[in-house]
Design a protein around this ligand. Structure first.
Ligand code: NAD
Length: 505
């Protein structure tokens, strides 16, 4: 088994030198990532083609430019994000300075999955760097071309003392997980997520787990089915369904099924013509996943669209299954392929009951012209993300935290959330060296008098409504203004203010 202890010791030494904590180092590394992406666009696109037959537009939009935009957001805001954050204070701390200082954890392990092998590895990589950490990057071995390119390119653009790439499969990952990290950021399936968390528990290492699951779609009868079909088939078929937030299955009334299928057929035809010949349609990552998807198709509902599988080409046709039952194999696991099951339900309540019987999904999609329907799902279910009247679009909005809940994940990232994920929020309270008399009340020996003063200072009262809340502020404000005026007069006596005539009082 490989031994990474020396490598990790080197990274820890580099971290302890303090170099990664400076703004200048972080900025330089982020610029390095930007140059890497810009100078190697064609190579990266080719790797993604080799690994997944990813169309060049999908490579650009969902991988390179997605990462690039998030990176630029980070570069533009890094200085502000690094600043201490002031917090509210009470009477007890009125003379103190209180703030949150975001500090790097140390040496972070970032493990990527194969389905978006650039986005999923590069975004947490530069997020960890922006937060001032050293990083070990472990790309997924299943997207082998991309992993190899990252292993080759990263040392050319980034500080080799502080950033390392490890390629390999389960043995290498297992060896890596024996080491002590200060943070682990893992993207992949839930089963391996548990392995990661167990390994992290050994050293109480904090983790972010970006996992998967079944992301449901509910289609209300009060919806434009043409629009629903276009948005659902798009979400389902990008990357041939191998997207963690792909709409996994649809629930709608039985009466809607037929019309919805017709509209989906039209969209698929419009998007791909003959998908087997289309340059815009991806392939399945490997034979194991292809066989797994084929089994799901064969064992569930009625195939009304597609169903063809070509093992040699690793091709699975866009497939729709109707009259699917809760107990069908396709409803038992995350599909992660271009297969859309439709499970009839009688109403929104039945769909909600079904969702709540399973694990909390990574994403949830509800379609209706009536916002009350969205509210019903929001109030009565839980999921990592929620989109009303579309699929997957929340992932592109950097201001929203991206992540799961329950078995779909722990923690989140994108934009500032990535910086926060890789930063420990240190609570800092700075007090004056003097003023001992002011705090002496807390020391023993205790007395009733001391107790009542302490209680008065610390006492919190439930918030009052309306004008009542303003009265203390008004009183305090008036007293403060009068005192301030007196203080100012005292301090400026005999001093000439800029622009004002000298007037000794
Ligand atoms: P994968 O097989 O590439 O595994 C991910 C990582 O885990 C790899 O680096 C791999 O080396 C490592 N790994 C695999 N088996 C291991 C083991 N036994 N022990 C230790 N490490 C191991 O990817 P995958 O799991 O097939 O990815 C697909 C899953 O990831 C889906 O469930 C999908 O929903 C989820 N996913 C989630 C997100 C998200 O952001 N939430 C994004 C992409 C994918």
């Amino acid at each position: 088994m490989a031994d990474y202890s020396e490598m990790i010791a080197g990274l820890r030494k580099a971290f302890n030198s303090g170099v990664t904590k400076t703004y200048e180092w972080r900025k330089k590394q982020l610029e390095g990532v930007l140059t890497l992406l810009d100078e190697n666009r064609d190579r990266i696109a080719q790797c993604l083609k080799d690994d997944l037959n990813k169309p060049s537009l999908e490579a650009a939009v969902y991988e390179i430019d997605f990462s690039r935009n998030d990176l630029i957001e980070t570069m533009n805001n890094l200085k502000d994000w690094m600043k201490p954050e002031k917090v509210k204070k009470g009477l007890l701390n009125i003379m103190d300075t209180a703030y949150i200082q975001r500090e790097p954890y140390g040496v972070a392990l970032v493990m990527g999955a194969w389905n978006y092998p650039i986005q999923i590895t590069v975004v947490p990589l530069f997020g960890a760097i922006a937060a001032g950490n050293c990083v070990v990057l472990k790309p997924s071995e299943l997207a082998g071309s991309t992993a190899k390119a990252l292993e080759e390119l990263i040392p050319k653009y980034l500080d080799n003392e502080c950033v390392k790439v490890v390629n390999g499969g389960i043995p290498e990952t297992t060896a890596l997980l024996k080491e002590r990290f200060d943070y682990i950021f893992y993207t992949g399936n839930t089963m391996v997520g548990k392995i990661i968390m167990r390994a992290a528990a050994e050293y109480l290492t904090p983790v972010t787990l970006e996992l998967g699951g079944k992301s449901p779609v509910f289609v209300d009868e009060n919806s434009d089915l043409n629009l629903v079909a276009r948005r659902v088939t798009w979400g389902k078929l990008v990357n041939a369904g191998q997207t963690c937030i792909a709409p996994d299955y649809v629930m709608c009334k039985k009466e809607l099924q037929e019309k919805l299928v017709e509209e989906c057929k039209k969209s698929i035809n419009e998007y791909y013509g003959d998908p087997a010949k289309s340059q815009d349609y991806c392939r399945i990552i490997n034979e194991r996943h292809l066989k797994r998807i084929k089994k799901l198709i064969d064992g569930s509902g009625d195939v009304v669209v597609g169903g063809d599988v070509d093992e040699e080409q690793k091709y699975v046709a866009p497939t729709i299954l109707t009259n699917v039952k809760e107990s069908d194999p396709v409803m038992m696991e995350e599909i992660f392929g271009p297969v859309l099951p439709i499970m009839p339900v009688n109403n929104a309540e039945e769909a909600i009951t079904h969702i709540n019987k399973g694990e909390k999904p990574l994403a949830m999609y509800v379609f209706s012209k009536d916002h009350e329907v969205a509210k019903k799902f929001l109030d009565n279910t839980s999921s990592g993300g929620f989109v009303f009247n579309d699929t997957m679009m929340h992932a592109g909005l950097m201001s929203l935290p991206f992540g799961g809940v329950g078995s779909s994940g722990i923690g989140s990232y994108h934009g500032m959330h990535t910086f926060d994920t890789f930063s420990h929020k240190r609570a800092v309270l700075e007090r004056k060296h003097g003023g001992e008399a002011m705090v002496a009340i807390r020391y023993p020996p205790y007395s009733e008098k001391k107790g009542s003063i302490v209680k008065w200072i610390m006492k919190k009262t439930p918030q009052k409504s309306g004008i009542q809340t303003l009265i203390p502020y008004f009183l305090f404000g008036t007293i403060f203004a009068v005192l301030f005026k007196k203080f100012e007069q005292l301090m400026t006596r005999g001093v000439r203010k800029k622009g004002t005539p000298y007037a000794r009082k």
